[in-house]
Design a protein around this ligand. Structure first.
Ligand SMILES: [Fe+2]
Length: 337
């Protein structure tokens, strides 16, 4: 055994394994035994990561308040229940999780990976879908609107959470990178739970019981909106959907600021224009760098966002002659409260 590393000894040990949810990873991915990792869990995976075989799953935190990166897992292979739970828990804990290295998977395997996190729901924009996969939509800078013009999204990009005009908005948004520019085009995500906790008490008091009225697009933003979305909203007879401005996470019980600025017609007691100004001010407070992570994609990255505790924003700071194409899946959520 001279020269054998502690990891080698653990690999060949017959010690029974404990009940840690990382236990299942070994079965799924061939991860070597490392009792220290089992004891300390996902938070400290990065510290021990360099000692693990290349094919092992590891979860490394990006920063204190937000983000974790997963490597060493192959979503083309069956993933066992313990691994699924570890991934799910890592999304909720870190607000955003990035699973790297999945450029080889098919749309069917991508959908199966998405379904590990819950029941998928349709994107309400039915114009841009992956052929044969109605639950996978396409965000592509080469998408055209119904008049054949480049779909207008950049000019209206704001911090938001998805589909707030629906009664049951998604709990998770998943974005899979198919084509990415050399530089820029990140998706930024902010931890709206930590940001809420850090707000001054007077602001918290002002917003904690406020409601938002949500439509497809605010009347104050129609000039810069995608014309198809504006037209749909103008023709809609559906009353606005009312949600709390500060929502409670159904799994952790924590509160988070939660809104889609472009879709918010009013915050309680404000006009549409006042609402936009108010939400911009709130956005500036909660998207401070310590709460945010801007993920610049590599092809094959799968980003998973806990929509119940975050806001996110697409980056348009890239060379638009280059191709940026993401696939999006949404996991059905609960009624916000
Ligand atoms: Fe979004």
């Amino acid at each position: 055994m001279t020269g054998a590393s502690p990891l080698d000894r653990l690999e060949h040990s017959a010690d029974p394994l404990d009940g840690s949810h990382f236990l299942g990873l070994r079965k799924a991915t061939g991860i070597s035994r490392n009792s220290q990792i089992e004891e300390e869990g996902a938070k400290t995976m990065s510290a021990a990561a360099s000692t693990l075989p290349a094919r092992s799953m590891k979860i490394a935190k990006v920063k204190e308040q937000i983000g974790a990166i997963v490597t060493g897992i192959d979503l083309a292979q069956p993933i066992d229940a313990a691994t699924r739970k570890a991934l799910y828990d890592a999304v909720v804990e870190n607000v955003v999780l990035v699973i790297r290295g999945q450029a080889h998977i098919t749309p069917a395997q991508l959908q199966a990976a998405g379904e590990m996190f819950g029941e998928l729901m349709e994107d309400q924009n039915r114009r841009y879908l992956v052929d044969g996969f109605p639950l996978i939509s396409v965000l592509d800078n080469r998408n055209l609107d119904s008049k054949g013009q480049p779909a207008k999204v950049g000019a209206n990009a704001t911090w938001h959470t998805d589909h707030t005009n629906q009664e049951l908005p998604p709990k998770f948004t998943m974005l899979y990178a198919v084509a990415v520019p050399d530089k820029g085009g990140a998706t930024s995500v902010c931890n709206a739970r930590a940001a809420y906790e850090a707000l001054p008490d007077d602001i918290k008091r002002k917003i904690v019981d406020a409601k938002t009225e949500n439509t497809l697009i605010s009347s104050a933003r129609m000039k810069t909106g995608n014309p198809d979305i504006v037209k749909t909203q103008l023709e809609s007879k559906k009353p606005p959907t009312v949600h709390p401005l500060v929502r409670t996470h159904p799994e952790t019980g924590t509160k988070a600021v939660w809104f889609h600025k472009s879709k918010t017609e009013t915050v309680t007691g404000m006009s549409p224009e006042e609402t936009q100004d108010f939400l911009q001010d709130l956005t500036d407070r909660i998207t401070q760098p310590q709460f945010c992570y801007a993920h610049e994609y590599q092809p094959g990255d799968l980003l998973i966002i806990d929509d119940r505790a975050s806001l996110h924003k697409a980056g348009f700071d890239y060379d638009h002659s280059q191709h940026r194409r993401l696939y999006r899946m949404l996991v059905r959520g609960d009624r916000p409260y």
